[in-house]
Ligand binder design. Structure first.
Ligand code: ATP
Ligand code: MG
Length: 426
């Protein structure tokens, strides 16, 4: 016997019935985004490594240790996308979509990060990504958040809460950065290894540390809010007013940061306490400096990414299930001639005015075993075809969910006979 090949660690399959939950969650999000006027954009799953290095930043977890990078056959370094923003911004610039224009885009698909696999953290995972480019906000910032609140409501997800913060502008962070660096430098012996490494190149990222031993030090560190410029403060107040008007509750978390210079002003995160340690379900923020950083014209922009594995898990915990499309009709056919008739009538029922959902028995089987499958399919009625029916040009219509006596009808009357059953359906 050959050894069986297994999936790669941290890269999961989505099987039925879970795939129906995914369909429902993704379909709900997609519907809301279309209603708000966002359009789909699809970008490649691999890009040049350089794109991610430049857009995500060299001193980040992703670029330092999480990227799936390799050389293609021509020796070019390419990377499986760890997130979607870089590719979308690249595509916008490449196709001239940002010249004096505003764009509201969404995209979804797999992302890849070489992390330690655990519950809620995988090496292939999926995001629903939204980017609004050319908008300086704070109206669009509020729209994104209000739209997310609607998505949670439609999915009847209750246990998520919103944290927001403002990072100010790059200029306003210069003094903060200096003071923060000085603060940590005088406490160098208390820093863990990661934080020591981050100190010179990216001190804001120390605030993001998940190490419990570091939390006291971080709590006493200088706060960014004290350094905020007036315009950023007005922007933040504008966002808060719109959220208050919409009745979307939030807490301001001054430690919610992004370490990179082209991030600024609004950052937000939706978190839950229901999924253990991997509690961030959606993260977003403003990246007004990114387009310019990638060689384009200065373009304000904001976006977010929903982690779908975590969201689907949260949805599954509520036990609401997913709408399951059962067939209207299951066609049972015993024998070769009956099978040919079954295929013909199944197609005509699908074409007909009622556009019925029809499942045809494939794989043969006795009358009894086919009836079992018909029952399991959840169909409302079964159409039964055997040698006798084929010979006489009739079909038997049998109710599967109601106490209605079965009838034998001529082929020409089949659609009407089925319609009577479907109308009687609860
Ligand atoms: P974390 O701090 O948990 O590593 P992150 O800051 O790396 O998160 P983002 O890059 O902001 O995460 O990604 C947005 C969302 O994508 C996260 O809030 C999370 O829901 C999801 N996500 C990120 N990494 C993973 C992963 N490895 N597996 C599953 N979902 C993920
Ligand atoms: Mg991460």
């Amino acid at each position: 016997m050959q050894e069986q090949i297994q999936a790669i660690r941290g890269m999961g399959d989505v099987l039925p019935p879970d795939s129906a939950l995914w369909q429902h969650v993704e379909g709900t999000i997609r519907g809301v985004l279309l209603d708000y006027g966002y359009q789909e954009i699809r970008v490649p799953i691999v890009e040049r490594t350089e794109l991610f290095k430049r857009s995500i930043g060299e001193v980040t977890d992703i670029v330092e240790k999480e990227m799936y990078s390799f050389d293609d056959r021509n020796g070019m370094s390419i990377t499986l996308r760890p997130e979607a923003t870089a590719g979308i911004v690249r595509a916008c610039m490449e196709h001239g979509l940002l010249r004096n224009q505003r764009q509201k885009f969404w995209s979804t698909g797999p992302m890849f990060r070489y992390e330690k696999p655990q519950k809620g953290r995988y090496r292939q995972f999926h995001q629903f990504d939204v980017e609004a480019l050319g908008y300086s906000g704070p109206d669009i910032d509020a729209e994104l958040i209000i739209m997310l609140a609607r998505i949670w409501r439609l999915l009847r997800i209750e246990h998520v809460s919103l944290q927001i913060n403002t990072l100010g502008t790059t200029e306003s962070r210069v003094q903060y950065r200096a003071d923060l660096t000085a603060y940590f430098r005088t406490r160098f012996d208390q820093l863990d290894e990661d934080s020591r490494r981050r100190l010179e190149r990216n001190p804001l990222r120390i605030l993001d540390s998940k190490n419990p031993d570091m939390q006291g030090l971080i709590a006493d560190a200088p706060r960014l809010t004290q350094y905020l410029d007036a315009e950023s403060e007005a922007h933040f107040n504008g966002l808060r007013a719109l959220l208050d008007d919409a009745g979307v509750p939030y807490v301001v978390n001054p430690r919610l940061v992004r370490g990179l210079d082209y991030y600024g002003r609004t950052v937000f995160e939706w978190v839950t306490d229901r999924l253990g340690t991997q509690g961030a379900v959606c993260a977003g923020g403003r990246y007004d400096g990114l387009v310019e950083h990638l060689g384009g014209e200065p373009t304000p922009a904001i976006g977010f990414a929903i982690g779908l594995e975590r969201l689907v898990e949260l949805y599954a915990l509520a036990g609401l299930g997913a709408p399951y499309r059962v067939p209207d009709v299951y066609v049972v056919a015993v024998g070769q001639a009956a099978t040919r008739t079954a295929f013909r009538i199944a197609e005509s029922l699908r074409d007909g005015a009622g556009a019925l959902r029809v499942e045809t028995n494939c794989g043969g089987g006795s009358f009894k075993s086919q009836m079992k499958r018909a029952d399991r399919s959840g169909a409302t009625v079964a159409v039964l075809l055997g040698e006798d029916e084929v010979a006489s040009g009739t079909a038997v219509v049998k109710a599967l969910r109601a106490e209605i006596e079965q009838t034998t009808v001529p082929m020409a009357g089949l659609a009407d006979a089925i319609a009577v059953h479907l109308r009687a359906r609860p």
